[in-house]
Design a protein around this ligand. Sequence first.
Ligand code: ZN
Ligand code: ZN
Length: 97
Amino acid sequence: MGSNLDLRKYESVESIQDAFSRIVSGGKPGYKAVIERKKTPPKCNKCGRGGDPDQKFCNMCGGKMVTPLTNCPGCKKPIIEGDKFCIECGHALAQPA
Ligand SMILES: [Zn+2]
Ligand SMILES: [Zn+2]
C-alpha cells in the first residue's frame, strides 16, 4: 500500500514538488525534492483490474491493459475517471480499444 497522501489537491507537478520538499526537508528553505514521475497504472479494459505500468495484458482475463486518461486530449484539463466526454470542451474521452 502506498501513502495516504492525497496529491490530487495539488494542481501542478511543481506544487507537489514544493510540498514534498517541505515534508522531506522538515521545512528547510531552498530544498528541492526530486520526484520520479510515475506512469499512470493501466487498467484491464475487460475486467477493470489494475496492473503494473508496463503491463500490456491482464493476467486474470487476457484483456488489453489501457492507461486511463488523466487529462483531456483537447483542452488538457484534468478529467474525472469514467467520464465519456470532457466537461470543459466536449472532447470524446473514449479509450482506444
Ligand atoms: Zn482483465
Ligand atoms: Zn477538454
